[in-house]
Design a protein around this ligand. Structure first.
Ligand SMILES: NC(=O)c1ccc[n+]([C@@H]2O[C@H](COP(=O)([O-])OP(=O)(O)OC[C@H]3O[C@@H](n4cnc5c(N)ncnc54)[C@H](O)[C@@H]3O)[C@@H](O)[C@H]2O)c1
Ligand SMILES: [Fe+2]
Length: 365
């Protein structure tokens, strides 16, 4: 009897481990905390957009370091070579603080650089898209050739995340749409993932509800709604870094490597096809305001709501609509890469070749 209780306790402890960054600042004006950073040697990792428009330099000035260097060559889906170049600069410059500024690509690149830099600088992440949640996760997606490798390591988790809605005020509509569907996918997959816990459920449920209700208004210019979606993106990141993801992400990683289409856009194509029937998903739908008599009807309402929102945000339903010729896709390689993706391990259903093929079929037609 005692042995059984101990075994049960161990299982619960394993499942309900939850970690978050040392410090999380959210909301308007949160960038002001840069003044308290006390950086001596600051390395800013960002993409050309934020270097050329001066945002990276303004942010560095707020932090008032004694010395500053910029690594501003980040391109979407950072490659291992790019990370190696950034690491070489970090080893030479020896920063005490590395500040990653940008979308998921710049944040992932900055995170990966700290993993290979000794001594490891303090890692501060400032997202400029509302999507990846990378500012709080222990994931970094590194692209090698045509394969996107999710690297999962607790040392990748930023020490501090600053989530200021000011940085998304001028976000172009296409990025709002792509990122928004990444948030919806993180929240939904985390909610039904194998390692979900009451803590990750609360974060996933709130993030999903907010994003489903506010994304359209944000897309059409409502800055209050955009600010709420920005915080929801971070909450969904916290949820999935604790709970894990599922088959939608396994496939969107492998399709992203093969097609170089934006990550959120691929999730928008795949998400309606990974909805597994079950009481938990029905609860997520009801929590988001999609009331219905039976669980089956609630999940159907959720499916229809995702299709409506995808259309409204001008997102594609297929690779062809996204401008990628499906004839060029090596489907066998995409499925093999998805089966090897760590997101399969936390999916609520077993990842099989047949199931992945079935999910992919409507997207490649
Ligand atoms: N580490 C994680 O936990 C995690 C989770 C999900 C996705 N990802 C990865 O993140 C990447 C996608 O990140 P993303 O969707 O944030 O896009 P991104 O970082 O790839 O950026 C896309 C484009 O948007 C531009 N951009 C960014 N912010 C902008 C702004 N405020 N205004 C105008 N332009 C802006 C960038 O310059 C870039 O050209 C993918 O590689 C994906 O695999 C990582
Ligand atoms: Fe994602």
């Amino acid at each position: 009897m005692k042995g059984a209780i101990l075994a049960h306790e161990k299982a619960v402890t394993d499942l309900e481990r939850f970690s978050c960054p040392g410090e999380l600042r959210t909301g308007p004006g949160s960038l002001q905390c840069l003044k308290d950073l006390r950086a001596e040697r600051l390395l800013v990792v960002t993409d050309p957009f934020f270097y050329e428009n001066g945002t990276a330099q303004n942010i560095a000035r707020e932090a008032a370091p004694k010395a500053v260097a910029f690594f501003h060559q980040i391109t979407p889906d950072p490659s291992a070579e790019l990370i190696a170049r950034g690491t070489a600069l970090a080893r030479q410059f020896r920063p005490d603080v590395l500040l990653a500024l940008g979308g998921g690509s710049a944040l992932d690149c900055g995170k990966a650089i700290t993993l290979f830099t000794d001594p490891r600088p303090k890692l501060v992440a400032i997202p400029t898209t509302s999507g990846s949640g990378s500012e709080v996760t222990d994931f970094a997606i590194i692209t090698h050739g045509t394969v996107k490798h999710p690297v999962v390591d607790p040392r990748l988790r930023p020490d501090m995340a600053i989530v200021d809605p000011k940085l998304v005020e001028a976000l172009p509509p296409a990025l709002i749409a792509d990122g928004g569907f990444d948030v919806l996918t993180h929240a939904l997959e985390a909610y039904v993932a194998k390692n979900a816990s009451p803590v990750t459920d609360a974060l996933a449920e709130a993030a999903f509800r907010t994003c489903l209700q506010d994304l359209s208004a944000s897309f059409h210019g409502d800055l209050q709604a955009r600010g709420r979606v920005h915080t929801a993106a971070t909450m969904a990141g916290l949820a999935f870094t604790g709970a894990g993801l599922g088959l939608c992400h396994a496939l969107s990683h492998s399709l992203g490597g093969a097609t170089h289409l934006p990550h959120g856009r691929l999730n928008a194509m795949l998400l309606p096809h990974v909805l597994c029937p079950g009481p938990k998903l029905a609860r997520l739908a009801r929590g988001a305001g999609l009331e219905d008599r039976s669980d089956t009807m609630a999940i159907r309402s959720l499916h229809n709501a995702l299709l409506r929102l995808r259309r409204e945000l001008h997102l594609p339903a297929t690779l062809a609509e996204a401008g990628f010729s499906p004839g060029k896709l090596r489907q066998e390689e995409v499925i093999a890469a998805a089966l090897a993706d760590p997101c399969c391990a936390t999916a609520p259903v077993e990842a099989t070749e047949a199931l992945l093929r079935q999910i992919l079929r409507p997207v490649v037609q």
